[in-house]
Design a protein around this ligand. Structure first.
Ligand SMILES: Cc1cc2nc3c(=O)[nH]c(=O)nc-3n(C[C@H](O)[C@H](O)[C@H](O)COP(=O)(O)O)c2cc1C
Length: 561
C-alpha cells in the first residue's frame, strides 16, 4: 500500500495557511519538538450536550479529536448546578477559572446541593439578545470554559495532553462570541462550525486571541441587506473591567485552529476567498466535509426550496455528493475530514487513500457509554438495535426552526416517547423559553424583536410571521435539552380536566441514517444494560487500517513558523 496520504499532504501545508494548526499541534504535543499528526478521527460535536466532556475526553485520550458542543452551554451550566453538580465536576473546573467572584455569584444563584426536586422547574436565564444580560454572558463563558476544561483534564486535574475542539452552530449566532471566548480561556484546540456559512469566525478568533474587541454582524429580517449595524459586540476589556479584574484582558490566548463544516467544494472555495481571518487562507485551517446522511442538521439539496406545510423528505442527488479526490484538489493543501455515514472502518481507509486526513463520526459516538444522551433514551435505542428492530431516520424538512433539514429518529421505545410521535407533538403546549433559534426581525418602530416559528402560533403571527411557517416546527431547544437529561418541567392547565398539571418536555432524537450499523458494537453489561465505550468505537474505526496493511505510524513534519 502506498504511504497514507496525510504524510505526503503535510508538506503541502503552506506556512501561513497552517499557522494555527501547527502551533496548536506543537502546543498540545508531548513536547515542544515532538509534533503529532493531525487526528484521523474527529468525534463530531453533537448538541445539546450529547458530545459531553466525558466523551470528548475519552476520544482525545485515544489520539482522536474529542469535540464538545458549545450549543446552549449556558443552560446546560445552570441546569447542571441546579441538579447538584453530581460528582462535583463543574465545581472542579470552576475552581480554576481566573475570576472567582464571578464563580461565587453563579454558585450562589444556581447551585442546589443535592439537586432540585424532579417536579420543580429549573430556574431560567434571561434569553440571548443583541444586547445580552450580564448574567447570560457570564453563564455562557463559564459553561463553555467548564466543558472544555473538563475534556482536557484528568479527574486529578492534570492535563490529558489530548486535543479538544468545540462545535457551534453558525445559525445560533447570538451566543457565539461568548461561547468561543469561554472555550479559548480553557485553551480549546479546534473550533468546528457548520449549519450556516461561518465566514466571520476566523477574524473573531484572531481578535479574541489578542484580547481585542470583536463584532459579529447579525442578520435582522426586514433590515436592508447591507445594514451591518445589528451585531453582537464583545470587548474583553469591558468584560473583565465589569468583573473587577481588568488585567485579565491583557492575557494572550492560543488561537485555535478553525475548521468550517462544508457540504460542497464551492462553499469551501468561497470560504477560502471570503472569510475574514488572517493569511492567504483567511484563517481557515482545514475542512470537515459533511454529507446529507449525517445526524443533526443537514445542508439542503442543491436548488431545494422548502414550501410551508411540505412533509416530503428533501431529495438529494448526485450533485449533492462530494468526492474525496475532487475535494483534495480544492483544499489548497489544508487537511480535511469526511463526515456523514463515514463511521465505518473501511471509510476511514478510503478517505486516507483519497488524500484526506480522516473522518468525523457522530452517530457511533452518540450511543457510546460516555455520551451525554439521557440514560433511558440511550438504553431504549440500544435495546431496539440488539433486538433486530430496524430503526428509521426521517429527514424532516420542517422540524428545525433554522430552515435546514433535520434528521429525526422515528422512535417510540420502552417508556420513551418523543416528538417524532404525532400524538406527543400535538399534545405539547407550545412555548418559547430558551430562544436559541429565534430570529431577530425589525419591528415597525425600528426596534429589534425576536421570533421563532416553533413558538405559540399566535405570538409568531403577531410578530409578523407567517402562520404556515409554524406547521410541523419543533422546539429543538427544549427537546434537545431533554435528550441530554435536562428536561424543563412546567405547570400548565390541562384543557380536558381544567387541573394544573406538570408537563415534562419530551425529547426528539437525532441520529445519522446509518444508526443500525452501530449494533455490532453493542454488548450486554453484567447488570443487564447494553453498552459500548468510546474507546471500543475508536478501536473499531482504527482497525480498518490493519485490514490489508500496517497503519502508517510516521508523524508528519509541520512547517515551523
Ligand atoms: C445526536 C447528534 C447531534 C448532532 N449535533 C450536531 C451539532 O450540534 N452541530 C454539528 O455541527 N453537527 C452535529 N451533528 C453532526 C455530527 O457532528 C457529525 O458530523 C455527524 O453525525 C457525522 O455523521 P454520522 O452521524 O453518520 O457519523 C450531530 C449528530 C448527532 C448524531
Amino acid at each position: 500500500m502506498r504511504v497514507l496520504s496525510f504524510v505526503a499532504r503535510s508538506s503541502l501545508l503552506a506556512p501561513q495557511a497552517s499557522n494555527h494548526l501547527t502551533t496548536m499541534l506543537h502546543a498540545a504535543g508531548t513536547s515542544e519538538t515532538e509534533p503529532r499528526p493531525p487526528p484521523k478521527i474527529i468525534q463530531g460535536g453533537m448538541g445539546v450536550r450529547i458530545s459531553s466532556w466525558q466523551l470528548a475526553r475519552e476520544v482525545s485520550r485515544r489520539d482522536g479529536l474529542g469535540v464538545v458542543s458549545g450549543t446552549a452551554m449556558d443552560v446546560v451550566f445552570v441546569r447542571t448546578l441546579q441538579d447538584g453538580d453530581k460528582g462535583g465536576h463543574f465545581r472542579r473546573a470552576l475552581a480554576t477559572f481566573p475570576n472567582q467572584l464571578m464563580v461565587e455569584k453563579a454558585l450562589d444563584k444556581y447551585f442546589i446541593p443535592g439537586g432540585k426536586p424532579a417536579d420543580k422547574p429549573y430556574r431560567s436565564l434571561p434569553l440571548w439578545a443583541l444586547e445580552p444580560s450580564r448574567q447570560t454572558e457570564e453563564a455562557t463563558i463559564l459553561g463553555n470554559y467548564c466543558e472544555v476544561w473538563l475534556a482536557k483534564h484528568n479527574d486529578d486535574g492534570t492535563p490529558t495532553g489530548g486535543l479538544v475542539g468545540i462545535n457551534l452552530l453558525t445559525k445560533v449566532s447570538l451566543p457565539t462570541i461568548h461561547s468561543l471566548y469561554g472555550a479559548m480561556l480553557a485553551e480549546v484546540d479546534y473550533v468546528i462550525m457548520g449549519a450556516g456559512i461561518p465566514s466571520k469566525i476566523p477574524g473573531i478568533l484572531d481578535s479574541l486571541a489578542e484580547g481585542n474587541d470583536c463584532t459579529l454582524p447579525i442578520e435582522v429580517s426586514g433590515a436592508t441587506a447591507d445594514d451591518e449595524s445589528h451585531a453582537v459586540k464583545f470587548s474583553p476589556k469591558s468584560f473583565w473591567n465589569g468583573s473587577g479584574s481588568p488585567h485579565f484582558a491583557e492575557r494572550q490566548l492560543n488561537r485555535p485552529a478553525f475548521l468550517p463544516i462544508v457540504s460542497s467544494t464551492t462553499l469551501a472555495q468561497s470560504l477560502l476567498k471570503r472569510s475574514n481571518g488572517r493569511g492567504p487562507n483567511r484563517g481557515i485551517d482545514g475542512f470537515v466535509v459533511e454529507l446529507h446522511t449525517a445526524g443533526g442538521h443537514n445542508a439542503p439539496p442543491r436548488g431545494w426550496h422548502f414550501e410551508a406545510k411540505d412533509t416530503d423528505e428533501p431529495a438529494y442527488g448526485e450533485k449533492d455528493m462530494v468526492d474525496v479526490k475532487s475535494f483534495a484538489k480544492v483544499a489548497k493543501g489544508l487537511p480535511f475530514w469526511f463526515a456523514g455515514s463515514y463511521g465505518k472502518r473501511e471509510k476511514l481507509r478510503e478517505v486516507l487513500e483519497g488524500g484526506g486526513n480522516g473522518v468525523q463520526v457522530g452517530t457511533l459516538f452518540a450511543l457510546a457509554q460516555e455520551s451525554g444522551m439521557d440514560h433511558a433514551i440511550k438504553q431504549s435505542i440500544l435495546t431496539e438495535l440488539v433486538t433486530n428492530h430496524k430503526l428509521h431516520v426521517y429527514t424532516d424538512p420542517a422540524a428545525s426552526p433554522t430552515g435546514f433539514p433535520f434528521k429525526v429518529l422515528e422512535f417510540e421505545g420502552n417508556n420513551v416517547s418523543t416528538l417524532s410521535d404525532p400524538k406527543v407533538y400535538d399534545a405539547r403546549p407550545r412555548v418559547c423559553n430558551l430562544g436559541y433559534l429565534r430570529s431577530p426581525y425589525l419591528k415597525p418602530n425600528g426596534e429589534v424583536g425576536y421570533r421563532c416559528p416553533a413558538e405559540p402560533v399566535n405570538d409568531y403571527v403577531s410578530k409578523g410571521g407567517d402562520a404556515d411557517a409554524t406547521v410541523g416546527r419543533k422546539c429543538l431547544c427544549n427537546a434537545l435539552c431533554a435528550d441530554a437529561g435536562f428536561p424543563q418541567v412546567r405547570f400548565f392547565t390541562n384543557p380536558e380536566t381544567g387541573n394544573k398539571d406538570i408537563y415534562v418536555e419530551p425529547g426528539l432524537i437525532t441520529t445519522g441514517d446509518d444508526i443500525n450499523e452501530s449494533k455490532h458494537l453493542v454488548k450486554k453489561n453484567e447488570d443487564g444494560t447494553w453498552a459500548y465505550t468510546a474507546s471500543e468505537a475508536m478501536d473499531y474505526l482504527l482497525s480498518g487500517l490493519e485490514i490489508n496493511d500496517k497503519p502508517n505510524t510516521k508523524t508528519f513534519e509541520p512547517v515551523r513558523v
